[in-house]
Design a protein around this ligand. Structure first.
Ligand SMILES: Cc1ncc(COP(=O)(O)O)c(C=O)c1O
Length: 304
């Protein structure tokens, strides 16, 4: 099949049964491999979705050379610069200066302008620096994935229908997934619950945090628990939260890569740790669906 641009191959990611993990836990575990998106994560979907939405609202005009600015060191930044390159926008990414130099290099290789914020100023130094730059440059457009309704909407429109189509007449009993902006758990969780009203949605968070009690703490599982309850997260979609430690995630990365041979990052391994906690309470016919957001490549320094 021929495609017009890399943006046309975002989505339609495979859902794979983790055969060995399922056998070990005595339940059925499936993962949607968002790591196979162009750019390597589920964020390719929402980066494109937010840009298309801004175009529909007249905030962005295609091929105008307008500048998109976003605080992101990671996956959303890659998605934005990819989409920006194809659709004719410049992209400025504000990243804390303690983020991985490899990610910075990669973003620059794609042509993004990378501005570093002083991480000593706190967890949200890049968010604050980004606001500052936007005030200095009022023509810059900030899409703000934490507050942008196009983020969960993209998952309602693309990821969730793909899941429903793949399972067909079969059902999912549990959707177990992490929460960063809350975009994918909200969009997918809401849509799947309409199709499968008995399905439960379990959120995953670092052990230091307690989202439902509005308690936040620094942690080291990149992508999860961003220090506040994001405005786009529908808390009502959650049936419970499961807590995981960073060490358990590191051990789980090795386990899954050595058994089911799926490369996965820390936050994706967090989902698997949470599923392993849940499994002893579940009957063997239980079907659990989760997400692999990205692969192990950008986490390799954790293993040196
Ligand atoms: C690696 C990784 N995992 C999980 C998440 C959480 O996804 P969401 O923002 O849809 O809640 C993110 C978000 O940045 C991420 O980058």
């Amino acid at each position: 099949m021929l495609h017009n641009s890399i943006l046309d191959v975002i989505g339609r990611t495979p859902i794979v049964r983790l055969a060995q993990f399922s056998e070990d836990l005595g339940i059925e575990v499936y993962a949607k491999l968002e790591s196979l998106n162009p750019g390597g994560s589920h964020k390719a979907r929402i980066a494109l979705g937010m840009i298309l939405d801004a175009e529909r609202r007249g905030v962005l005009m295609r091929d105008s050379g307008q500048t998109i600015i976003e605080p992101s060191g990671g996956n959303t930044g890659i998605g934005l610069v990819m989409a920006g390159n194809v659709l004719g926008y410049k992209v400025v990414l504000v990243i804390p200066d303690n983020y991985s130099p490899e990610k910075q290099k990669l973003l620059r290789l794609y042509g993004a302008k990378v501005v570093l914020s002083d991480s000593r100023l706190g967890n949200n130094s890049h968010g604050e620096k980004c606001m500052e730059l936007q005030l200095e440059n009022p023509s810059y457009v900030m899409l703000n994935q934490q507050r942008n309704g196009a983020n969960p909407q993209t998952h309602r429109d693309t990821t969730a229908p793909e899941i429903l189509h793949a399972f067909g007449e079969r059902r999912v009993d549990y959707f177990v997934s992490g929460i960063g902006t809350g975009g994918h758990i909200t969009g997918i969780g809401e849509t799947l619950k309409v199709a499968w009203p008995a399905m439960r949605v379990m959120g995953v968070e670092p052990e230091e945090c307690d989202l439902l009690k509005n308690q936040h703490a620094p942690h080291h599982i990149q992508g999860l628990s961003i220090g506040l309850i994001p405005s786009i997260l529908n808390v009502d979609v959650l049936d419970g939260m499961l807590k995981v430690s960073r060490q358990a995630c590191i051990d789980m990365m090795k386990r899954i890569m050595r058994t089911d041979a799926i490369s996965l990052g820390l936050s994706s391994a967090a989902n698997m740790v949470a599923i392993a906690q849940l499994a002893p309470e579940l009957p063997p016919e239980t079907v659990v669906l989760t997400m692999v957001y990205d692969n192990a490549d950008s986490y390799l320094p954790s293993f040196e």
